[in-house]
Design a protein around this ligand. Structure first.
Ligand code: AP5
Ligand code: MG
Length: 184
């Protein structure tokens, strides 16, 4: 049985969104990107979006309560079929909360894919994209937040026997093939 409850972990610019979108559409998985969902709230001008906007522009993490509420409602309404979480969880509090939720739903994570890439390449990719939070100072801060708050999840999932690392340098297709090889 191929793995279909997946989590993509890695620094900003590693290509999580690019790979997640393609893999989810190839396999019919729900692609859940907390960054995309938050940007949609901002674009729609909701109260939630207003709360998130300034925090995202600084490259800091939006509150755990807000992000968890978004994820919970999406996963609860997706009772059958697989999913791919992209950019969530982002710290140990979120990882613990996700673990309890998935326990409750009887849908444990099957694989955590860690996408690894040098800072110089991350910076180059993000400056080339130019999203609102893609300027050099904010990117540096996002990388710092990643190292301090998100990177501890590497050990967390490795200890649980769920983590596989992938070299995220190279073409989009090459990286997709590396990820596919882990799912069988
Ligand atoms: P989020 O949207 O998750 O952004 P991020 O983690 O900073 O990561 P990116 O989306 O920038 O990178 P990616 O790895 O997805 O790469 P992508 O495929 O886009 O979060 C944004 C903000 O929202 C956070 O800072 C925070 O404020 C908030 N937030 C989100 N989730 C949260 C949470 N759980 N808790 C609290 N706050 C949260 O690729 C990047 C670029 O590289 C693209 O231009 C792409 O085309 C290009 N590219 C991709 N692959 C390749 C390749 N192989 N070769 C060349 N170019 C490539
Ligand atoms: Mg992304």
């Amino acid at each position: 049985m191929t793995k279909q409850r997946l989590l993509f972990l890695g620094p900003p610019g590693a290509g999580k969104g690019t790979q997640a979108q393609q893999l989810a559409s190839r396999r019919g998985l729900l692609h859940l990107s907390t960054g995309d969902l938050l940007r949609a709230e901002v674009a729609a001008g909701t109260a939630l979006g207003a709360e998130a906007q300034a925090v995202m522009a600084r490259g800091e993490l939006v509150s755990d309560a807000l992000v968890l509420a978004i994820v919970r409602s999406r996963l609860e309404h997706h009772s059958s079929g697989g999913w791919l979480l992209d950019g969530f969880p982002r710290n140990l509090t979120q990882a613990e909360a996700l673990g309890s939720l998935l326990n409750e739903l009887g849908q444990p994570i099957e694989l955590v894919v860690l996408m690894e890439l040098d800072d110089a390449l991350l910076m180059q990719r993000l400056l080339g994209r130019g999203r609102d939070d893609d300027n050099a100072d904010v990117i540096r801060h996002r990388l710092e937040v990643y190292r301090q708050q998100t990177a501890p999840l590497i050990a967390y999932y490795r200890e649980r026997g769920l983590l596989e690392a992938v070299d995220a340098a190279g073409s989009v297709d090459d990286i997709a093939a590396r990820i596919e090889a882990l799912l069988a």
